[in-house]
Design a protein around this ligand. Structure first.
Ligand SMILES: Cc1ncc(COP(=O)(O)O)c(C=O)c1O
Length: 401
């Protein structure tokens, strides 16, 4: 039986609150490896034809990468820094896809030296650069897709439109460049399974065109976008798998199908703990200033993901403007959030589903530190008798602080 990530996320919030009996030392992001394992299992079951390459950008913490490597998950990188993180863990190049469509020459050369085979591109300049620095690599053409149903759209920056795709395929055929795959990204936290189906249909048309031009398609890359179930309106991975299965099953078996899930694998593993520093009333609206904000990990709270602030204070709630601790006006969120009436400085809050794009997007602007990361494994109960047991909390083993 699969556990619904929505309920899992809600439960982990209260569990993690119990897991933090120590005195408060500033914002903390608790990451539970058991939840990562559960999400990987669900993905494999829902999309059995699809090989996941974890998008390192979602959360590059070494313990997360190690956990995914142990599960046999492959990786997707965007930069030399992400390549180095995987090299340190001994992930072989053949298990890595380099999917940033824009790459400096030295990154391409380092990836090629490490025997990475697959490289994304979406323009002629990059295709020529790939041919120069990874001459025998396999290139995947990233195309634009409709991302209107994603909370975090990406297609305004990347992807070849239909005309450019045709020109790039013709150029590759003429110059014997090895375009062998089609890739797309439906936007992060995509709420509509039909977005993948439309993009897959378009990719199949391009495979047909590649055959006509003498290019041999070998890879379909479904990208990321698989959502974390912040609210019960978000489709489950099982529902997405059911919607996609018919189309995926019809794809010839000599085409490898991969995806690059980031958020789906790690978001529900994370719960951020923070605190209200101060409150104010501005134009009749209550404001709460937190010790963690836009710059220190909560960038996504500025979008309508549906995150909830769980307060230790009980009682009826009202809408609050939420702001972070820095002096910048950007450090305040557009959506309003529910907090108990009478919330005060010192109230502790927790926010579930913050395992993705929280710590990886945090910086030290204005001297406020990013949240401290605590790695736990709720499936590995603390062994109180062992001399070697690491620091322990009430319910599980803390693996890394
Ligand atoms: C190329 C690429 N692949 C995968 C991902 C991961 O997307 P998600 O976290 O929505 O699964 C991203 C996110 O920006 C991306 O740019």
């Amino acid at each position: 039986m699969t556990t619904d990530a929505f309920t899992a996320g809600q439960r982990s919030t209260s569990d993690n609150r119990q897991r933090a009996p120590h005195s408060y030392q500033g914002p903390e992001l608790i990451l539970d490896l058991a939840a990562v394992r559960q999400q990987a299992k669900r993905f494999a079951k829902a999309l059995p034809r699809v090989r996941p390459h974890y998008a390192v950008k979602a959360n590059p913490h070494p313990e997360i990468l190690k956990c995914l490597k142990q599960l046999g998950i492959n990786f997707e990188i965007a930069s030399l820094g992400e390549l180095h993180a995987l090299q340190q863990l001994g992930v072989p190049g053949c298990n890595i896809i380099f999917s940033n469509p824009i790459k400096p020459p030295e990154s391409i050369r380092a990836a090629w030296d490490y025997q990475i085979q697959w490289y994304a591109f979406d323009n002629l300049d990059e295709l020529k650069r790939l041919h120069k620095h990874a001459p025998n690599g396999k290139y995947e053409l990233r195309i634009t897709t409709d991302d209107k149903d994603a909370i975090w759209p990406l297609n305004s920056k990347f992807g070849a439109d239909p005309q450019s795709a045709e020109e790039l395929l013709c150029y590759a055929a003429q110059h014997r460049l090895n375009i062998a795959g089609i890739a797309f990204h439906v936007g992060s936290q995509c709420l509509n399974p039909q977005s993948w189906n439309n993009a897959i249909q378009r990719s199949l048309e391009l495979f047909q065109r590649m055959h006509e031009l003498g290019l041999k398609p070998k890879l379909l890359n479904l990208g990321g976008g698989f959502p974390t179930r912040v609210t019960d309106k978000v489709p489950t991975i099982e529902a997405i798998g059911t919607e996609l299965r018919h189309l995926l099953d019809a794809i010839p078996s000599d085409i490898d199908i991969v995806a690059e899930p980031g958020r789906f694998l790690v978001a529900s593993a994370g719960t951020l703990h923070c605190q209200i520093i101060s409150t104010a009333v501005r134009q009749h609206q209550p404001w709460a200033y937190l010790d963690c904000g836009y710059y220190s990990g909560l960038i996504e709270m500025n979008e309508p993901f549906g995150f909830m602030l769980n307060s230790e204070r009980e009682g009826p709630t009202q809408e609050w403007v939420i702001a972070g601790p820095t002096c910048d006006a950007l450090d305040r969120f557009t959506p309003l959030y529910q907090l108990p009436i009478g919330s005060q400085a010192g109230d502790r809050l927790s926010i579930a589903h913050t395992g993705a794009y929280c710590s990886s997007c945090a910086c030290e602007f204005n001297g406020f530190s990013p949240p401290r990361i605590i790695i736990i494994d709720s499936e590995r109960l603390a062994d109180n008798d062992s001399d070697k047991a690491p620091a322990q909390t009430g319910l599980c083993t803390v693996l890394s602080v």
